[in-house]
Write a protein that binds this ligand. Structure first.
Ligand code: ZN
Length: 136
């Protein structure tokens, strides 16, 4: 069994954005010649999150709209007195910033419509995604 660590960067284009990082992650798995195992995907940020879901344009807009409804960016949150992004921290708390994905024959064992999505809640920024592969 081996443990391989890596890091990717994803660039968001606006305050709210969803970046599909599935392809980059699979490229990394190919580079390290992954076999069968698991991949931990972790974003070390408090104002972005990770989700696995379908990359359909309407749905991506719906996800952003839902997060806005839940986290109310215009509300006078206490954190906004020191940093104008309380909604983004709250979105990270709700969605989470990590995933564990099975890897089969070096590829993410995702369902047909599943993609790994970085949810940007306070962009545009360059976001880090840490990877830990554990497997053969
Ligand atoms: Zn903040």
């Amino acid at each position: 069994m081996r443990v391989v660590q890596g890091m990717l960067e994803a660039r968001s284009r606006s305050r709210f954005d969803i970046v599909d990082v599935t392809g980059e992650v699979e490229k990394w798995l190919a580079q390290i010649k992954a076999g069968n195992g698991v991949l931990v995907v972790y974003t070390p940020h408090t104002t972005a999150a990770l989700a696995i879901n379908e990359r359909e344009e309407g749905l991506l807009d719906d996800i952003v709209e839902l997060l806005k409804e839940l986290t109310k960016p215009e509300r006078r949150w206490k954190h906004n007195l020191v940093d104008d992004n309380a909604h983004a921290h709250l979105g990270n708390v709700i969605v989470g910033g990590d995933k564990v994905i099975p890897v089969s024959d070096g590829r993410l064992a995702l369902g047909t419509w599943q993609r790994l999505l970085l949810l940007e809640l306070d962009g545009p920024r360059v976001r880090r995604i840490n990877l830990v592969y554990v497997g053969e």
